[in-house]
Design a protein around this ligand. Structure first.
Ligand SMILES: Nc1ncnc2c1ncn2[C@@H]1O[C@H](COP(=O)(O)OP(=O)(O)OP(=O)(O)O)[C@@H](O)[C@H]1O
Ligand SMILES: [Mg+2]
Length: 210
C-alpha cells in the first residue's frame, strides 16, 4: 500500500489545517444533523479526505463517484436510484468528486434529487473552483473553502508519517519536500502546499533510503 493510501485521514483528528471546516462539522455531528455540502479549493488539501472522515465520524454509508464515472451512460439514473433508496442509518451520503466534470445539464438534474430525498440523502460535492458549478447546486449546499495546506500543518503530517514509519527526517529533507509541493498563485506567491505531493515525495525519499 502506498503512503497516500496508508495515511488517508479517518477521523477529524487526522486532518491538518481546515480548522473552520472541522469545527463546523463537529458541531453538526453534536447536533446530529448533516447538510448537503460543497468543498472547493486547490489540489491535495483534504476535500475528498474530509468526505471519508465524515463517513467514519457520522457512521454513515458513503457512496462515491468520480469524474470518470460521470462519463458512463445512465449515471444520473444510478445516482437518483441511490438517493431514493432509504438508508439503514439516519443518513447516507453521496460523494460526487470532481463535480465540475459533470455537465451543467447533469448538475441541474441533481437539484430536484437533492430536494426530494434530502431528509435521508446528503450530497457532498467537491471541486477545485466554483466557477463551473450550477448556481442552484451552490444555493443548496453549505460551502466550505479548503485552503492550500500551510507549512506547519504539512510538516506536522509529514513528521507523523515519519514517526509511524520509523524514519528520521532532517529539516533539509523537509524543506526539499515542501519546495517540490508548493502551490503558487497567479502573482507567483506561495499560498501553501499540496499535501498529496508532499506525501509522495516523502515516500520516494523513504524508498531511496531503504
Ligand atoms: N488536510 C489534510 N489533512 C491530512 N491529510 C491530508 C489533508 N489534505 C490532504 N491530505 C493527504 O493527501 C492525500 C490527498 O488528499 P485529498 O484526496 O483529500 O485531496 P483533495 O483536496 O481531494 O485534492 P484534489 O482536488 O486533487 O482531488 C490524502 O490521502 C491525505 O493523505
Ligand atoms: Mg479530491
Amino acid at each position: 500500500m502506498n503512503f497516500e493510501e496508508k495515511y488517508k485521514p479517518e477521523k477529524f483528528s487526522d486532518i491538518v489545517g481546515q480548522d473552520e471546516t472541522v469545527e463546523s462539522l463537529k458541531s453538526m455531528k453534536e447536533n446530529g444533523e448533516l447538510s448537503h455540502m460543497l468543498f472547493f479549493g486547490s489540489w491535495g488539501c483534504g476535500k475528498t479526505s474530509m468526505a471519508l472522515v465524515i463517513k467514519n465520524e457520522f457512521d454513515i454509508e458513503l457512496i462515491k463517484f468520480r469524474a470518470h464515472d460521470f462519463m458512463r451512460n445512465g449515471i444520473m439514473d444510478i445516482i437518483i436510484t441511490i438517493a431514493k433508496h432509504v438508508p439503514q442509518k439516519t443518513y447516507k451520503a453521496v460523494l460526487l468528486d470532481d463535480f465540475e466534470k459533470l455537465s451543467i445539464s447533469q448538475q441541474e438534474l441533481l437539484r430536484g434529487t437533492m430536494d426530494t430525498y434530502s431528509k435521508t440523502c446528503k450530497f457532498i460535492v467537491t471541486c477545485n473552483n466554483t466557477a463551473s458549478i450550477d448556481p442552484g447546486i451552490l444555493s443548496r449546499c453549505r460551502i466550505y473553502y479548503f485552503q492550500a495546506i500551510q507549512e506547519p500543518d504539512a510538516i506536522k503530517r509529514l513528521k507523523f508519517i515519519c514517526k509511524e514509519e520509523g524514519l528520521k527526517i532532517s529539516d533539509q529533507d523537509l524543506n526539499r519536500i515542501l519546495n517540490n509541493a508548493k502551490r503558487i498563485n497567479s502573482e507567483g506567491k506561495v499560498i501553501g502546499f499540496d499535501l498529496r505531493q508532499c506525501i509522495k515525495y516523502l515516500e520516494d525519499l523513504c524508498n531511496r533510503r531503504r
